[in-house]
Design a binder for this molecule. Structure first.
Ligand code: FES
Length: 253
């Protein structure tokens, strides 16, 4: 802690917005540097002592976080203009002042907290789950080949952070494109031996409003994904499956 004691500072600028309707404004904070500090630690330090760098008392910053290890997906925000997870954004790797803003593709609830409901509604639209009747013992599930497991595992790492929607020019108020994460889940559940039973329904939803046809192949999504999910591959595959179904009415598999 010698360097902290030596007075090394971290300068952080946060875009604040008290309510969804209120205008946003920026506040700057000068925090004491500590080793291995990440952006969540900065926000916690501000909560402990909510005073701006020019000495004005303010309120703690509202933000979402939970797991602190890039698993829950809740802490996505814009950090120095880039959509990323606050819990894995290390201060020492960031240029200062560190600018922290809420994601722009979702309505702001307050400060850095946004309402991701659009994404969860989209997952519901494409039935991104495997329906299991839990009222009686179904026995063992079908076996999955190692090839399918290998393909599916990276897709199952999606943390629904919304970064891929944030960077996609097609996710806007005009076309309602659901975003790469959603189609990647369609691919995941359609390749599952039980999930396949509802593949046609998922593809139908993927061809509806805001569906796969609205993808303009910008390929920003795959670069922004914190879990390295092959999103462009998923988009291409779902597009192929959707066309196959539209033209020939084939069920996948
Ligand atoms: S707190 Fe869960 S992903 Fe960052």
């Amino acid at each position: 802690m010698a360097e902290a004691a030596a007075g090394k500072k971290v300068i952080v600028k946060v875009k604040r917005q008290a309510t969804p309707k209120e205008a946003a404004h920026w506040e700057e904070f000068a925090l004491n540097w500590r080793p291995s500090m990440n952006v969540i630690i900065c926000l916690r330090d501000i909560a402990e002592n909510p005073v701006t760098s020019d000495g004005k008392p303010t309120t703690p910053i509202t933000y979402d976080s939970n797991c602190l290890e890039e698993i829950c997906g809740s802490c996505a925000m814009l950090i120095n203009g880039r959509a990323r997870m606050a819990c894995s954004a290390l201060v020492d790797s960031l240029e200062q002042p560190i600018r922290i803003e809420p994601l722009t593709k979702f309505p702001v609830v307050r400060d850095l907290s946004v309402d991701r409901q659009f994404m969860f509604e989209s997952l519901k639209r494409v039935k991104a789950w495997i329906p299991i009747d839990g009222t009686y013992d179904l026995g063992e599930g079908p076996r999955m080949s190692p090839e399918v497991q290998e393909k599916g595992y990276p897709l199952s790492n999606c943390i629904t952070c919304g970064n891929c929607l944030e960077v996609c020019p097609q996710v806007n108020d005009h076309n309602g494109f659901m975003g790469a994460a959603i189609f990647s889940q369609v691919r995941l559940f359609n390749m599952h031996p039980t999930g396949k039973m509802h593949a046609a329904e998922r593809l139908k939803a993927a061809m509806g409003h805001g569906g796969i046809e609205d993808c303009a192949n910008a390929q920003n999504c795959v670069k922004a994904c914190p879990k390295g999910i092959p999103l462009t591959e998923s988009l291409a595959e779902v597009n192929r499956e959707a066309w196959r179904q539209a033209l020939f009415g084939w069920l996948v598999g």
